[in-house]
Design a protein around this ligand. Structure first.
Ligand SMILES: Cc1cc2nc3c(=O)[nH]c(=O)nc-3n(C[C@H](O)[C@H](O)[C@H](O)COP(=O)(O)OP(=O)(O)OC[C@H]3O[C@@H](n4cnc5c(N)ncnc54)[C@H](O)[C@@H]3O)c2cc1C
Length: 505
């Protein structure tokens, strides 16, 4: 689907949808389902899909390239269900997306001396994790003070020594990877809730997308149900610069000088874009909104793809875990696309780095990163002659000014009210996307739910009926909290509580 570019004059529409990722497309679809066809989607890039983004890579035997996913790779939360089906799985089925089950139990472990089996530590982690879940659900149910995942795991009995690098590698794999953030910084209560809603509700498994059309085929497929080819309601290559909002409408200015006036707008830009102030708001967003934007974390999850001319690692293994002797999370995870079910025999491996290691890799050149990875692989497979890769590629998520990171996370010290402030509208400017989902943040289905919800609520406002997708009466704008509780009340700052001398020093 190609959009046509704006022409310089202000164009009027009923709803301006800012961003054409999953949330933007489902918001437009929800409006369309309510017979509101007068909307415009404004998208920075020359494509829709946002953080669902594939590219060609390497070569097959016939000389044609493989297709790999730089952003979302898995349909997460599939398998045995309690009756709820992940909407992304439904879309994958609707568009016959080619996928393969990932088996995270299929893992070989290594350290700087080569292959060393420390998989037994996984069982210890799992036992402690069950206890940590009990602690976390007690916190959530009783609204008790939260703790970090690391603290919860320690109470559960998992307390790896800082120099026990095998245990640290497992701690990183099982603790940091899903949230793309260090376990010491992530909220136990809300991290647990997010895992529970996705994997408990929809199923415990993950399907890796291997479709040659790319994972975005489901987003393009859905968009094609309500957008024509060259639809003038889709503006690609249009970078929003400024959003003016009030109680009567929203005006959106783009860098190319075009502008749109709308009764309502839905901003679906990533938390990273909002945090980096890549777009100006007029008036400045209120303090409660800016606080929420800065409170949550934008994680970084970087996959580094390499193709070799042979599969020198175990052919049937999907995952390889490496424990560096001095750096936790240093090229710790390698996943093989050469394993059966994926691109079997492709000789493609990808490493994953997170957070600080991902920032570091972004600062280095490809040649420097390749040299580091080759040194790691040579440690993992001593005695094997490992050739240089024939193809090598990784994205720089923090340099992508349309994303500024990978996906959001709830750090320690967040509350539901704080998150509601991230979701809440400011006058006629609404917000939706992966980060505004309290239950599925970080996941593609989170963006799907939130786009649909915002679209349906705005349709309700325009048509004068109270609506949201769950059918509960929800009228008007979203609730927000001007001042947030969650700190100790001042009358408790007393000598009894170890705080003599009044509140201020
Ligand atoms: C590396 C990585 C791995 C992931 N893995 C998984 C996974 O395996 N499974 C899973 O479920 N989820 C995964 N996710 C998360 C998933 O991709 C996101 O939750 C989802 O795609 C977010 O959709 P969205 O619509 O909220 O935001 P986006 O996709 O970011 O859409 C927002 C859109 O706004 C546009 N935009 C930004 N700034 C401007 C501007 N100034 N003007 C105009 N347009 C602008 C962007 O180009 C983008 O298209 C992953 C994400 C990343 C990055």
């Amino acid at each position: 689907i190609q959009g046509t570019s704006g022409t310089g004059a202000c164009r009027h529409t009923t709803v301006a949808i800012l961003g054409g990722g999953m949330a933007g497309i489902t918001a437009a679809q929800a409006l369309n389902n309510q017979s509101i066809a007068d909307f415009v989607i404004v998208e920075y890039q020359n494509r829709i899909g946002g953080r669902v983004n594939h590219t060609t890579f390497g070569r097959k035997a016939d000389g044609t390239p493989y297709v790999i996913e730089l952003g979302a790779y898995w349909v997460q939360g599939v398998g045995t269900t309690n009756g709820s089906v992940n909407p992304i799985l439904r879309l994958a089925q609707k568009y016959n997306l080619t996928t393969a089950l990932s088996d995270f139990e299929s893992i070989q472990t290594y350290d700087a001396t080569g292959s060393v089996d420390y998989t037994y530590l996984m069982d210890e982690y799992t036992t402690a994790s069950a206890r940590m879940e009990e602690i976390g659900s007690t916190i959530l149910k009783n609204n008790l003070q939260d703790m970090s995942i690391r603290q919860g795991m320690a109470l559960g009995g998992w307390k790896p020594k800082v120099d026990d690098m095998a245990a640290q590698a497992i701690d990183w794999l099982r603790g940091d990877v899903e949230s793309a953030s260090p376990v010491g910084e992530s909220s136990l209560a809300f991290g647990l809730a997010a895992g529970g809603f996705t994997f408990g509700q929809f199923g415990p498994d993950n399907y890796l997308v291997t479709d040659p059309r790319g994972y975005s085929a489901i987003i393009e497929g859905e968009a094609a149900t309500f957008l024509k080819n060259d639809d003038s309601r889709l503006l690609l290559n249009t970078k929003v610069a400024n959003i003016s909002y009030s109680d009567t409408g929203v005006t959106v200015h783009s860098h190319d000088g075009t502008c749109i006036t709308a009764k309502y707008a839905i901003c679906t830009f990533s938390l990273g874009v909002l945090q980096n102030m890549a777009v100006d708001f007029n008036p400045e967003l209120p303090l409660w909104k800016r606080t929420a934007i800065q409170k949550f974390t934008m994680g970084t999850y970087t996959k580094i793809f390499m193709q070799f001319n042979e599969t020198f690692w175990p052919k049937d293994s999907q995952n390889l875990l490496y424990a560096s002797s001095d750096r936790r999370g240093y090229y710790a995870s390698f996943q093989s696309l050469s394993a059966p079910g994926f691109f079997e025999g492709s000789n493609i491996l990808f490493a994953t780095v997170l957070a600080e290691e991902a920032y570091r890799v972004e600062r280095l050149s490809e040649a420097e990163v390749q040299a580091e990875i080759m040194a790691v692989l040579r440690q993992m497979f001593p005695g094997t002659t490992i050739p240089e890769p024939t193809a090598f590629l990784y994205p720089r998520w923090n340099k992508a000014e349309w994303a500024y990171g990978s996906y959001s996370n709830w750090p320690l010290g967040t509350t539901l009210e704080m998150h509601q402030n991230l979701r809440a509208n400011t006058s006629r400017l609404w917000f939706a996307g992966e980060a505004t989902s309290s239950q599925y943040f970080g996941f593609l289905h989170g963006a799907w739910f939130e786009g649909r919800e915002a679209g349906a609520q705005i349709a309700g406002l325009i048509q004068g009926h109270c609506t949201n997708v769950t059918g509960e009466n929800e009228c008007g704008g979203r609730k927000y909290y001007e001042s947030l509780a969650g700190t100790t009340p001042s009358n408790v700052y007393t000598v009894v509580n170890g705080w003599p001398g009044g509140l201020l020093y």
